[in-house]
Design a protein around this ligand. Sequence first.
Ligand SMILES: *Cc1c(COP(=O)(O)O)cnc(C)c1O
Length: 330
Amino acid sequence: MSDKPVSAGPAGYATIADVERAAARLKGVAHRTPVLTSRTANALAGASFYFKAENLQRTGAFKFRGAYNAIAALDAAQRKGGVVTYSSGNHAQAIACAGGLLGVPVTVVMPHDAPAIKVAATRGYGGEVVSYDRFSESREAIGETLARERGLTLIPPYDHDDVLAGQGTATLELLEEVGPLDRLYVCLGGGGLLAGGLLAAGRLAPDCAVIGVEPEAGNDGQQSLRKGEVVTIPVPHTIADGAMTPYLGARTFPIIRERVHDIVTVSDAALVAAMRFFAQRMKLIVEPTGCLAAAAAFAAGDEITGKRVGVILSGGNVDLTRFAALIGAD
Ligand SMILES: *Cc1c(COP(=O)(O)O)cnc(C)c1O
């Protein structure tokens, strides 16, 4: 390790100071979500789990944190002009909700196959929805064109310093509440939640091994970490619709590369087993993507025996019919 302070992170990227600024902006606006425990889970694994329930966050996922922080950081002219984003759903709802709270008009580029509940919620918050085909069109290009033509400010779902700093407040709160952990499992799509969480852990729990978790069908993060540069893969087909990202962000990857302990993958079947566990044992609805971190922690075996293990449950937005179909099929 260099002689930099442990919390510094790579030069030129977001820092713990950005996460702390985000925490101040979010105070009294975002829910301070509960940290839940389960004697059953602890007994099964021989470890002490601390589940940060971001499925109970405003709009049903941690994405509210980054979205609100990024819009709150805009100047008056940018706010008046409005914002645009692209998202598989949760970021869209978060931006629409945050825009509504801050009086900023919102346009959202969404895949036409996004879960209906997410599209409806985005419209319900007052967002204008523009659809695209996620397997053939580039959402980035559509978002950028709309930004240019309509004078909107683009707020991407993860590759943005204020977004990732906002996401980091989930880990900040978890560590403030339960103290240092031995391990922390965080799901990984484009890397906003993980990068922000690494900054918070670097300050509050420098010895904590933070593990990123992605779907088996799309291990671009794992490949990128091994290679030392961002690797792009075809859009993965997985039930974890919030982690169908084909590459990590240019703003998130350097932080992840420097600080993450490891990146692991889990199967869709393991996600379903975790969804069932949370519904049955903890009375929680957690969406498939929201179970990534837990599924990896539950599969960690000896690695976590006797350890204090944090798990971020990232979201709970899933159509009830889909939820029933997933947990009902044995
Ligand atoms: C967006 C999202 C993720 C992935 O977050 P990134 O910041 O893109 O890594 C994980 N879980 C849920 C529920 C999400 O909405």
